[in-house]
Design a protein around this ligand. Structure first.
Ligand code: DGY
Length: 326
């Protein structure tokens, strides 16, 4: 029997290709640094059996119907808001993903951004590069301390849990969270308290966003929410840029409605180099590197390859978003 053909839409860690080829699959991999153009992705996918894609690929209704022959799609990410899951399920296409692979890596970026923002690190580093390292300044650019402050987590799942543990351990922070369901482990281990959304935003000194992008969370952090936050609050987003409204965030930072923001995700991505957020003293921006460690990216590659191999060899997808699509 001819080998099954797998399309990899980006340059993924070589482990993915090795695992797939060792298992007898034929791999076609997009070899440019930028994402595969949509129409090209459709035309190449038409001659393949399975797709290994990521968050920069639009796997919408149109794509899925044009490529409804695909046996399986697996996503190189834990988030899958770029994929129309409902349509895929209707078409009986199983969707795999990579849960847990980046828990530590992403929590590190959230934790790092929290400290960097509290101490204006990116802005101060920029000053040195611009030749503006003046004398030691007893009252200049003072930051905030985090010891004993309240951390509010929106979406206390796997990544949020690691962020909470970091903050509890390092700064003995109080943990409050807003979730659809309770997290008994966090309540037991860290005395975390589940609160309603208004309490979360009004009582937190640091808000860290770890939820998925859904129609309910899209644009959730807007002017009316920033206005309910403390003027000393830090807003940290390592989940998806579309969860905050960027114009409203810029206004809130300019007006002193909130104190600072640490962002690993923006809307759109990539962020334009003239975005005002990049010039702000109390803002630290990173280019979506939450999962960018060797360990996490290899694990994401392994999970995707395992999903495809296991699907064809055993009819099972170990890391699956829509079991009803199988
Ligand atoms: C994810 O996994 O969803 C991250 O945003 C990228 O690793």
């Amino acid at each position: 029997m001819a080998p099954k053909k797998i399309l990899l839409t980006r340059i993924f860690p070589s482990l993915a290709i090795r695992l797939l080829e060792d298992a007898g699959f034929e791999v076609t991999s997009w070899d440019k640094e930028h994402p595969m153009p949509y129409d090209q992705m459709i035309s190449v996918a038409k001659s393949c059996d399975a797709l290994f894609c990521t968050l920069t690929d639009k796997i919408d209704r149109n794509f899925l119907n044009a490529c409804s022959h695909l046996d399986i799609i697996t996503q190189f990410a834990v988030g899958y808001d770029n994929i129309d899951i409902e349509e895929a399920t209707k078409l009986k296409i199983p969707i795999g993903y990579a849960p847990n692979a980046m828990n530590e890596a992403t929590a590190d970026i959230a934790f790092g951004l929290m400290i960097a923002t509290a101490r204006k690190m990116f802005f101060m580093n920029q000053k040195i590069k611009n030749g503006k390292w003046g004398y030691f300044d007893p009252v200049g650019h003072l930051g905030l301390e985090l010891k004993g402050k309240t951390l509010g987590i929106l979406g206390l799942g796997r990544i949020g849990m690691v962020m909470a543990q970091r903050c509890k351990g390092a700064y003995d922070m109080e943990i409050i969270y807003h979730n659809r369901s309770a997290n008994p482990k966090a309540e037991k281990e860290m005395r975390a308290k589940r609160v309603d959304f208004d309490t979360l935003i009004s009582q937190s000194d640091v808000i860290s966003v770890h939820c998925a992008l859904t129609p309910e969370t899209q644009g959730m952090f807007n002017t009316s929410v920033f206005e309910k936050m403390k003027p000393t609050a830090l807003f940290i987003n390592t989940a998806r840029g579309a969860i905050h409204n960027e114009e409203d965030l810029i206004d809130a930072l300019n007006n002193g409605t909130i104190w600072g923001a640490g962002l690993d995700v923006t809307n759109p991505e990539p962020m334009k180099p003239d975005n005002p957020l990049l010039e702000m003293e109390n803002v630290c921006v990173l280019p979506h590197i939450g999962s960018a460690t060797i360990t996490a990216r290899n694990e994401m590659a392994r999970m995707g390859a395992t999903n495809i191999i296991s699907f064809y060899k055993h009819g099972k997808v170990p890391y699956i978003v829509n079991p009803e699509g199988l």
